[in-house]
Design a protein around this ligand. Structure first.
Ligand code: DAT
Ligand code: MG
Length: 166
């Protein structure tokens, strides 16, 4: 079944110049990139993304990590599309704990657990179709994707303003 998955190259991946290596590994899966951008992650976005982990002891550090407080304040977000891509990307990503991940997986090769117990595991990838839909809609607007994935509605906006180069 053709499905989509949200991938985030986390701030440690960007800080360590691993973007190219990670995209090379992902490209071997032959899926299509249908959207991508660099994002400065707000507290609100981070909380929504990790809403199911709110009561975990590691949640405060998880927020700091994804917001780049330990590395650089940016994340690269991508949406991949293809046959069973959720499972394939998760396999390539490896286990959540980088020390338990297959050494040839992305997390196994590039991740680490800090002395403070933070899993610096380099990438996020959606774990099931429901999560993928929720996460893609959280990180991307309809016009930022080249495929029409979900129903959209048109809303009126009053006197929109945008920043331009001075
Ligand atoms: P995954 O990212 O593999 O889907 P998850 O959704 O269970 O894993 O957790 C989200 C992130 O939270 C994960 O990438 C790293 C962090 N995390 C999970 N379990 C942890 C733990 N026991 N200690 C520290 N960080 C953890
Ligand atoms: Mg998860």
């Amino acid at each position: 079944m053709t499905e989509q998955t949200l991938i985030l190259i986390k701030p440690d991946g960007l800080k360590k110049s691993l973007t190219g290596n990670i995209l090379s590994k992902l490209s071997e899966l032959k899926f299509e990139i249908i959207g991508t951008k660099i994002v400065r992650v707000s507290e609100s976005l981070a909380r929504k993304h990790y809403k199911d982990l709110l009561d975990k002891p590691f949640f405060p550090d998880l927020l700091k990590y994804i917001r780049g407080e330990f590395h650089t304040r940016r994340v690269m977000a991508l949406v991949y599309s293809g046959e069973d891509c959720i499972k394939s990307v998760r396999k390539l990503a490896g286990a959540t704990n980088p020390e338990e991940a297959d050494p040839v997986s992305i997390r196994g090769a590039y991740g680490r657990v800090t002395t403070y117990g933070v899993f610096e595991n380099v990438i996020h990838c959606s774990s099931c179709p429901e999560d993928a839909k929720r996460e893609i809609q959280l990180w991307f607007e309809p016009d930022e994707l080249v495929d029409e994935l979900y129903p959209v509605q048109t809303v009126a906006v009053q006197k929109p303003q945008k920043r331009v180069w001075a």
